[in-house]
Design a protein around this ligand. Structure first.
Ligand code: FE2
Length: 190
């Protein structure tokens, strides 16, 4: 079995943008959503579906696409990468959990409202809804027993075209199980 070598040499990326640009973009759009700038593309009254994930493309050009995604319990995305695209997200409301492949195991982190995450090339992760706090943006979010959707803004550059899916083997390695052409990010597993 060959020993993987570390690629430390800087290679040109297929985009002029970097993850810092994408983090800034998602933070800006998250802020705009909170100030009502995108209501024409969001569910009326902020009533995101409570039984399924929802997503809407807010912006797209040759370099970048930006999405609003809402998350509900029990809708994992499955372990995946983002093909040849860099990505980033900002959590607008609620909370997400991310399991990222470190090279030898999955590491979890929780992303609360305002938290950000960047996805460089080769980033493999699974993202799910996480236990939320008070959710003022979501109608009915304070009803006892009601699991308010989480909302996040995602940006990809170049725009997302393909995602590969993975599983962790019994030997604690990553096995790629399939790739899908898609322009819909963080597609949920059903
Ligand atoms: Fe992802």
């Amino acid at each position: 079995v060959p020993t993987p070598s570390l690629m430390t040499r800087q290679r040109p990326l297929p985009t002029r943008l970097d993850t810092a640009d994408l983090l800034r973009t998602t933070a800006d759009v998250a802020e705009q959503i909170k100030h009502g700038a995108w209501t024409h593309l969001l569910p009326p009254g902020g009533a995101w579906p409570t039984d399924d994930r929802w997503c809407r493309q807010l912006f797209a050009d040759d370099e970048l696409d930006v999405w609003a995604i809402s998350w509900v319990p029990d809708r994992t995305t499955e372990l995946h990468d983002h093909g040849g695209s860099l990505g980033a997200l900002t959590v607008v409301d609620g909370a997400l959990a991310e399991w990222r492949w470190t090279g030898s195991r999955l590491r979890e982190r929780r992303l609360g409202a305002g938290a950000q995450a960047a996805f460089p090339l080769g980033w493999v992760h699974d993202v799910t809804w996480a236990e939320p706090g008070v959710s003022p943006l979501v109608t009915g979010g304070t009803t006892p027993g009601f699991c308010a959707p989480a909302l996040s803004v995602h940006a990809y550059s170049p725009p997302l075209t393909v995602m590969s899916y993975y599983e962790v083997t019994e030997h604690q390695a990553l096995r790629r199980v399939r790739a899908e052409l898609t322009d819909i990010p963080e597609r949920p597993k059903r």
